[in-house]
Ligand binder design. Structure first.
Ligand SMILES: *Cc1c(COP(=O)(O)O)cnc(C)c1O
Length: 219
């Protein structure tokens, strides 16, 4: 099956309200073009700043690029001028630096807060308490050029569906608590980015609004 057919097969299984981020990391710009022209798909995800910047220059300008990897503060400048969303904000310091670069570009950059929900050590992300103390910090109010749109998380890499389901439930309840406690007046704090090729159906059952699909589309 080709890229477009694989994408359409997934899209047909997913409720229309759930956004699909086509994760094109390590794949050539020609594959992005194939999905863009073949299916009219415009939301793509990358996890390396320089790779994203290079591809951005090669593909149509109306592609909405989501950054989904661990972002080093010295690399923000490469993507700040055009990135549609930074999903992987994992520290107050990173958010502060994104804000600075966004000011330089005269943009407001939409961001998601990444939470550590997996049992694996290597995955990045906030704890709930860390986000509470960040949002309560007066310096947080000074971040004029970022806009928090919701949360993101990755489940443990396991075949245990019950564990995956429990981890997604955790992210869902974190989202609900943050929404009620801090973002009640911001209706666009609304995204729960969870679910990849192997676990997106579980994620959708647990309330995902945005899935990130790489190998399931690009092979
Ligand atoms: C690579 C990646 C994905 C996509 O993974 P697949 O299993 O290929 O669908 C999703 N989210 C993040 C953060 C990734 O790095």
């Amino acid at each position: 099956m080709d890229i477009v057919s694989r994408f359409i097969e997934i899209r047909d299984r997913v409720p229309a309200t759930v956004k699909i981020v086509a994760v094109s990391k390590t794949k050539p710009a020609s594959m992005i073009d194939e999905l863009y022209s073949g299916a009219g798909h415009t939301i793509f995800g990358e996890n390396k700043a320089l790779e994203l910047e290079a591809k951005y220059k090669q593909v149509p300008s109306d592609i909405n690029w989501h950054f989904i990897g661990h972002l080093q503060t010295n690399k923000i400048k490469y993507i700040a001028p055009f990135v549609g969303m930074i999903q992987s904000v994992d520290s107050f310091r990173l958010l502060t630096e994104i804000n600075k670069e966004a000011i330089k570009c005269n943009r407001i950059i939409p961001c998601l807060l990444e939470f550590h929900i997996a049992t694996e050590e290597a995955k990045y992300g906030f704890s709930y308490e860390e986000v509470c103390s960040m949002v309560d910090d007066p310096k947080f109010q000074e971040l004029t050029n970022i806009s928090l749109k919701g949360v993101m998380g990755m489940a443990t890499y396991t075949t245990d569906n019950k564990q995956i389901s429990a981890e997604f439930k955790t992210l869902f309840s974190i989202f609900k608590s943050l929404q009620a406690t801090y973002f009640a007046s911001q209706p666009d704090f609304s995204e729960i980015s969870m679910g990849m090729t192997d676990d997106y159906q579980i994620a959708i059952a647990e309330g995902s609004t945005m899935i990130r699909i790489g190998s399931g589309i690009f092979g």
